[in-house]
Design a protein around this ligand. Structure first.
Ligand code: PLP
Length: 367
C-alpha cells in the first residue's frame, strides 16, 4: 500500500479483504464450456426487449412500472416497497440508515449469507452472532439476549447455504421480542422455492420487519442487479434518505417490468417447478453414495452436502469444468459443498462426473 493510502484509509477498512463472491473465485473461467453451479443462479436465460428512446434522460429513482408490478406480485402497497441494485444494496441501505458507525451493531445467525457481516464491517458497524442450532433452527433464547445491543437482526429464510426455512412461530417470537428495539430483516431471496413461508402478507401487522427480495435467483436475472426491500412506509421512507438519486438504470427498469408482467410470472412459475423437479432428481441420485450426506433442507435452488473427501471431489469437478461452491469454512459446515440446481443436461453431466469420481476413488483404494 502507498504511504498516502496507508495514511488515509479508514481503520475499519484496513483489515478487510474484497468479498470472495462465487463469481470472483472463478473469474477468468468464463468460457462457454464451464457449467456454473456455484452461485445459485438460474440456468435459464430469458429474452427481453430494450427501448433506447429514453436513454438520454436520467431514470426515475423508483421506476413506477417496476414498483407497481412488484407490489402487485408481493401483495403489498406501493409505499411499502423500495427497489435497489440487488438485495445486497437493500442490506447496505438498512445498515447505513439504522446503524451509527463505530457505535451500533447488527445480529447474524451463522452459517448464513455472507453479505450481512461484510456490509456491516465496511460501514464500521459491529457484528454480533447467535449461531443456528445443530439442526439449523434459530437459537431463540440466545437471540433474545441481544435485545438493546443490536439495531438489526438478519434472518435468512430459506437460508443460504443450508436450504432450511425458519419456523414461523420462532421467527414471530423474535419479531415480538425486538418490537421496540430492532428491525428484524427477513431475507427472502429464495422465497419462490418456499412461497408458503413468506412474511410479505404479515407486513401490516409488524412495524419492525423488513423483507429482502431479489430478481437474481428464481427470476433468472442475477446479471440485472435488481432487488427489493418490503416494509411499512416509515422504514421505506428512511431508506429513501440514503439511496442514490438514480440507482436503477433505465434498461434495468424495462427488463424488470417485463419479468414481472403476466407472461414473465407464468414463465417464472414453470422454471421454478422445473428446478424443483431437477432438485429432487439430484437429491435422490446423491443419496445413493455412502460417501455423501445431504445437509440441511431443500427449500431453495441448491443442495448442500457433506463429503469426507470434499477437496478431492471439488477439484475433480472443477477440473472437469463444473464449478461448485465450497462452504466448508462456514460455522458447523465442515466438509460441506453446495451445488446449484442446473438445467437437466447440466445436472446429468454433474452426476456423471460425480459417479466417475467415486468409481475411480474406490478402484484406487482397492489397488
Ligand atoms: C443471492 C442472495 C442475495 C443477493 O441478491 P442480489 O439481489 O443478487 O444482490 C441476498 N441474500 C441471499 C440469501 C442470497 O443468497
Amino acid at each position: 500500500m502507498s504511504n498516502l493510502v496507508t495514511l488515509l484509509l479508514n481503520e475499519n477498512i484496513k483489515a478487510l479483504k474484497p468479498y470472495e463472491s462465487a463469481r470472483r473465485l472463478f473469474s477468468g473461467a468464463g468460457n462457454k464450456e464451464q457449467i456454473w453451479l456455484n452461485a445459485n443462479e438460474s440456468p435459464f436465460a430469458n429474452p427481453y426487449d430494450i427501448d433506447a428512446e429514453r436513454f438520454n434522460r436520467y431514470p426515475d429513482c423508483q421506476p413506477p412500472a417496476v414498483i407497481e408490478a412488484y407490489a402487485d406480485y408481493a401483495g403489498i402497497a406501493t409505499d411499502q416497497l423500495l427497489v435497489s441494485r440487488g438485495a445486497d444494496e437493500g442490506i447496505e441501505l438498512l445498515i447505513r440508515a439504522f446503524c451509527t458507525p463505530g457505535k451500533d451493531s447488527v445480529l447474524i445467525c451463522p452459517p448464513t449469507y455472507g453479505m450481512y457481516a461484510i456490509s456491516a464491517e465496511t460501514c464500521d458497524v459491529g457484528v454480533e452472532r447467535a449461531p443456528l442450532k445443530a439442526d439449523f433452527a434459530l437459537d431463540v433464547d440466545v437471540i433474545k439476549t441481544f435485545k438493546g445491543k443490536v439495531n438489526l437482526v438478519f434472518i435468512c429464510s430459506p437460508n443460504n447455504p443450508t436450504g432450511t426455512s425458519v419456523n414461523k412461530k420462532q421467527l414471530l417470537e423474535v419479531i415480538e421480542h425486538f418490537a421496540d428495539s430492532a428491525i428484524v430483516v427477513i431475507d427472502e431471496a429464495y422465497i419462490e422455492f418456499d412461497d408458503d413461508n413468506t412474511w410479505a402478507n404479515a407486513l401490516n401487522n409488524y412495524a419492525n420487519i423488513a423483507i429482502l427480495r431479489t430478481l437474481s435467483k428464481a427470476f433468472a436475472l442475477a446479471g440485472l442487479r435488481c432487488g427489493f426491500t418490503l416494509a411499512q412506509a416509515p422504514i421505506i421512507q428512511a431508506l429513501m434518505k440514503v439511496i442514490a438519486p438514480y440507482p436503477i438504470p433505465e434498461p434495468v427498469a424495462q427488463i424488470a417490468a417485463q419479468a414481472l408482467s403476466h407472461d414473465g410470472l407464468v414463465n417464472l412459475e414453470q422454471q421454478v417447478s422445473l428446478i424443483n423437479q431437477e432438485k429432487a432428481l439430484l437429491q435422490h441420485a446423491l443419496k445413493q453414495y455412502p460417501e455423501i450426506e445431504l445437509v440441511g433442507d431443500d427449500k431453495a435452488n441448491f443442495i448442500l452436502f457433506r463429503c469426507g473427501n470434499k477437496s478431492g471431489l471439488m477439484t475433480h469437478l472443477v477440473a472437469n469444468g463444473i464449478l461448485i461452491r465450497d462452504q466448508s469454512k462456514q460455522l458447523n459446515l465442515d466438509n460441506c459443498l453446495r451445488i446449484t440446481v442446473g438445467n437437466p443436461q447440466q445436472n446429468k453431466q454433474l452426476l456423471s462426473k460425480i459417479s466417475h469420481f467415486f468409481t475411480n476413488q474406490s478402484s484406487t483404494q482397492e489397488a
